[in-house]
Design a protein around this ligand. Sequence first.
Ligand code: GDP
Ligand code: ZN
Length: 461
Amino acid sequence: MEFDTIAAISTPMGEGAIAIVRLSGEEAIAIADTIFKTKSRKKLSEVESHTIHYGNIVDPDKDQVVEEVMVSLMRGPRTFTREDVVEINCHGGLVSVNRVLQLVLTQGARLAEPGEFTKRAFLNGRIDLSQAEAVMDLIRAKTDRAMNVAIDQMEGRLSKLIQRLRQELLETLAHIEVNIDYPEYDDVEEMTHTVLIEKASKVRNEIEILLRTSNQGKILREGLSTVIIGRPNVGKSSLLNSLVHENKAIVTDIPGTTRDVIEEYVNVRGVPLRLVDTAGIRETEDIVERIGVERSREVLKKADLILLVLNYNEALSEEDEKLFEAVKGMDTIVIINKTDLPQKIDLHRVKEIMSSQHLVTTSLLEEEGIDTLEEAISSMFFAGNIESGDLTYVSNSRHIALLNQAKKTIEDAISGIEINVPIDLVQIDLTRTWEILGEIIGDAVHESLIDQLFSQFCLGK
Ligand code: GDP
Ligand code: ZN
């Protein structure tokens, strides 16, 4: 495939001491040569691939030095995009980086669209779609665990698994084909029937396992949206503060994207919590009072985790009981705070109205119990198995949706085989499953979907 030459600043705007202007395409080296001058006067077109060169960027019209740079030259196909790539490392601030980019554009490169470098890597066959999506996840990863999941996916772990499942489906389809072409082999028939169910069930089971990891994958990717509720003065703000102070707060502000929303995350033992901001907490303070149990249930339902705070030093009130009612069936941790003060709460009653929730006691004032709370949070969602390296995590909602579809079609195929429907109907379901799985890795996906997916990337990636 051949494309024009694109360029962009591929480091976050305004951050860091070094900024990189990246070029990719047929003309990348020629364009760089018009503005890059080394002491030895050597042209980039003459030097070896995968080498770095020191020199100046010179405005050819004014014969004026714009910036002192290091330039890396990488000839395709051994590059991220599989095209010729030139990276200009600038040391100066934003202004000089922009001048270098402007020069590159005047010399014939086109400003890259968001995600266009990764899109080229995909279109040139360097990576498949799920790997491309992983690049995006990696940029947004909020904890080390989330990053490891993205790296696994980028390295093609999910792709390999999907390819294997598709291969098995193809073999099964071939098996059926043989059966149709040589129907005279009566004794093969019976065997095929059993083998068919066996093979299809195996694929279904693997899809199920993948789907089971998806909840954790999604949490790692997007964070657990966490709401703290409780009556006024029980210690909600104190809880928020100690969670933020004990843990590294992660601010995600992705430069160059359209959604520059600053969200606050805290990293609790590898689990990213997306905490409602303090203003939000004030609003939820009397949420049940204000909008009633039914409506507040709807609001709270959007949360992945609820931290319900009670006061050890006060009797359980009707309001507290309403809160319990509102969080029924949701992932909740009940926190009884202010254990440094005399006990006035009836713990028997608390245990009575609690269902399966975890119970933690704290004295936020004396910084006690926070460890236990953090342990409860991480064991609640990861039950220890996240550390095991052998699972492939699915975290992308597009992949999850496709896996659910694939599971449904393979189940249709299996029940079809079981009740002996005409074999061509089974073939249709198996083929459909094969196609749906193909969409995960970008086989047979519609062009507009590709455009839409890549447009979510940061500029310069
Ligand atoms: P909120 O209204 O639920 O957000 O409660 P705050 O976090 O604002 O706390 C209300 C008051 O209780 C503040 O004066 C806190 O310092 C105090 N407080 C919070 N946690 C504890 C605790 O564990 N023990 C004691 N004695 N006081 C606490
Ligand atoms: Zn408060």
